[in-house]
Write a new protein. Sequence first.
Length: 194
Amino acid sequence: MMSRHSGSHRCSLKSPVALQKTDTRIPTKHSIVITRWPNGDFSVVSARTKSDAIELLDEWGNAEQALLTRMTDCMFDFRLNDDGQFELADTGEVTHDCIMETCYPELDNAFATAEWDETGLDYSAKGRERIRAAVKLERTRLLDGQTPGKVAETGLGREIQDQTGAPSVLVNRIVREATRKRLEHYEGEGKKPN
């Protein structure tokens, strides 16, 4: 599988930081946010605010149309495959439960109530069919009640949004920064903007 990333992004740490044996916590002001997309997929991101999460998630889609929930626990285990790509090896038990309860309640219920085969080691054909039906439902469950993304604050912002599909928080920030830079440019020339 090809990576979704070009490799141009790097971790924000300027140098590796090792935790000392006496360290008991990793200081952070970020929250871990799970994002349930309308198509049934989910993403996990670390962000300071909901707006920051939406901006970061814009790499994959407009998260203003998704369900964002703060996670209290998050644990994923990845492995490096022979092609140099990351593969999900496992998910922590509490994390798995959080994902199922938050993102996939119908599937969670299907797993809990699906019929087992006579050995008790696997689901019966009827049980597997129930699980497949729940997966199909989860892929469309949020599409029916999907709210449209928020609209940008300015006309220019709305034009940008129409052309790019970007979330309003990102477009609004871009327009504000461009306006601030433009005003600073005028102030630098000794003129006051109208």
